[in-house]
Ligand binder design. Structure first.
Ligand code: C2E
Ligand code: MG
Ligand code: MG
Ligand code: MG
Length: 282
């Protein structure tokens, strides 16, 4: 098949290559053209303010409809795209698409976009964000970039420079998957974060698990002390939501409140006919 595709086609079948390596090469190859072929799309998951029960924003989550495979999890293909650098092109598409879609919402809700370490450390990342903001015309304060701790530690100086510039543009920065990476506390002090996202693994059974509840309480206290908003991810049950509300967590996100879905699913919210926690959780 590689031969039939003609000259210039990357040869990903080599004799003697293991099946696993071949599979990986094939994925790398297909990822290079996935955006151009229209195989990438975004789904959105609502983020709600606990105090009011209203949707305050959406996280954009990438979906790849891979030929002959169907939808492949970003957890599987993002690491491959990072290793080959394809993430730069894909990440640019994600940012541009999320901002363009958000520009069309009647209500100026927040749009949160995940940014990979490779993007954050690429020269010109802040410039490319600035260009997308200018092109789409969205208020920079509506854009929130989600970065993980692991993404920061590659080159702290460079990551800090990029995030500082983005902050100056008015863009918000969230620390994603908080509690699962390295040296969280020094990172919190060194980087200009607006929000901490508590990883879903701490939120799961937080109402019933003593260790989880101790960790979540400590993160909430940390957020209050450092003047950072806190969002709890992966909220799946009413009991978890009840605990987070009682502990004054600012925002929540999870299957209980809404599964990631095409933005049309949430048309009532983007048009301003906001659904509340009660109707969403029902
Ligand atoms: P993340 O940014 O921490 O996103 C949260 C993940 O948890 C999403 O998985 C979401 O669908 C899932 N989730 C949401 N609510 C619940 C819940 O109540 N229970 C459980 N069990 N899971 C829940 P998804 O969409 O498969 O994305 C996985 C990861 O892939 C993301 O984790 C993020 O790190 C990465 N990712 C997704 N989209 C992008 C993107 O556009 N760019 C980059 N660089 N990474 C992305
Ligand atoms: Mg995220
Ligand atoms: Mg997360
Ligand atoms: Mg994650």
């Amino acid at each position: 098949r590689a031969k039939a595709e003609g000259r210039g086609t990357h040869r990903f079948y080599e004799s003697g290559m293991g099946a696993e390596v071949r599979g990986r090469r094939l994925m790398e190859h297909e990822l290079r053209t996935a955006v151009a072929r229209g195989e990438m799309s975004l789904v959105y998951q609502p983020q709600l303010a606990v105090a009011t029960g209203t949707i305050v924003g959406f996280e954009a989550l990438l979906r790849w409809n891979r030929p002959a495979h169907g939808f492949v999890s970003p957890a599987l293909f993002i690491p491959v795209a990072e290793e080959t650098g394809t993430i730069l092109q894909i990440g640019d598409w994600v940012l541009r698409t999320a901002c363009a879609e958000a520009a069309g919402w009647r209500v100026p809700l927040r749009v949160a976009v995940n940014v990979s370490a490779v993007q954050l450390h690429a020269p010109g990342f802040a410039d490319s964000v600035e260009a997308v903001l200018a092109e789409t015309g969205i208020d920079p304060r509506r854009l929130e970039l989600e970065v993980t701790e692991t993404a920061l530690i590659r080159d702290i100086t460079r990551a800090l420079a990029a995030l500082t510039r983005l902050k100056q543009l008015g863009v918000k920065i969230a620390m994603d998957d908080f509690g699962t990476g390295y040296s969280s506390l020094s990172n919190l002090r060194a980087f200009p974060f607006d929000r901490i996202k508590i990883d879903g693994s701490f939120v799961q059974s937080v109402d019933a698990n003593q260790q989880a509840s101790a960790i979540v309480r400590a993160i909430l206290e940390l957020g209050r002390g450092l003047d950072l908003a806190i969002l709890a991810e992966g909220v799946e049950t009413k009991a978890e939501l009840g605990f987070l509300g009682a502990e004054l967590c600012d925002e929540v996100q999870g299957y209980l409140l809404g599964r990631p879905a095409p933005i049309e699913t949430f048309a009532a919210a983007t048009r301003g006919e906001a659904a509340d926690l009660g109707t969403l959780a029902a």
